[in-house]
Design a protein around this ligand. Structure first.
Ligand SMILES: CC(C)(COP(=O)(O)OP(=O)(O)OC[C@H]1O[C@@H](n2cnc3c(N)ncnc32)[C@H](O)[C@@H]1OP(=O)(O)O)[C@@H](O)C(=O)NCCC(=O)NCCS
Length: 141
């Protein structure tokens, strides 16, 4: 991800989440967070999807992943996460984690298909509807 990708990412973010990150939040991540790695999937220079991860020693934490609604269901999300999993593994991660709404069946199926397992719950994690977050982990070794 480069700074010039941020307006397109912000559009996907707004189409995908009830409490989207601001453009400034992505800019801060790129410029000031040494643990952050952000990847985009593009087609003819158009951003179709993105995924962010924090890599701290041997653990990787997915911060966000989204595919533009026009490009969903074509295997892009799976390909992007597969790439990010290989990237963090190659840079020392043994385990990878993320949070997901239990109601987000598409995302849960995607994560489960990549080996993520529900290992914990953060009660009332999402402020818009007080939904719990499932904490999922995958062993990368
Ligand atoms: C979740 C998301 C990233 C998936 O990306 P995608 O490119 O549409 O997904 P893919 O086409 O790669 O499909 C991957 C898997 O997801 C599941 N899936 C995808 N679309 C599905 C649908 N409409 N119904 C049920 N499962 C579906 C399948 O298990 C699929 O694997 P399979 O094809 O091998 O069975 C995308 O839907 C998205 O951006 N959603 C909004 C943002 C979001 O919820 N992000 C996750 C926050 S935790």
């Amino acid at each position: 991800m480069a700074e010039g990708d941020i307006p397109a990412i912000s559009e996907i973010e707004t189409l995908s989440f009830t409490t989207p990150w601001t453009e400034e939040a992505f800019r801060r991540e790129l410029k000031h967070n040494p643990f952050a790695y952000y990847t985009v999937a593009t087609h003819r220079e158009r951003v179709m999807a993105y995924c962010g991860v924090w890599l701290v020693v041997d653990e990787a934490h997915v911060t966000n992943v989204a595919v533009h609604p026009k490009f969903r269901g074509k295997g892009i999300g799976k390909q992007l996460l597969t790439y990010v999993m290989a990237f963090v593994k190659g840079n020392g991660a043994d385990r990878m984690t993320l949070e997901v709404r239990p109601s987000n069946r598409v995302a849960r199926r995607l994560y489960e298909s990549l080996g993520f397992v529900h290992e914990g719950t953060r009660p009332n994690y999402y402020p818009d509807n007080d939904e719990d977050a499932w904490i999922m982990w995958v062993n990368l070794k």
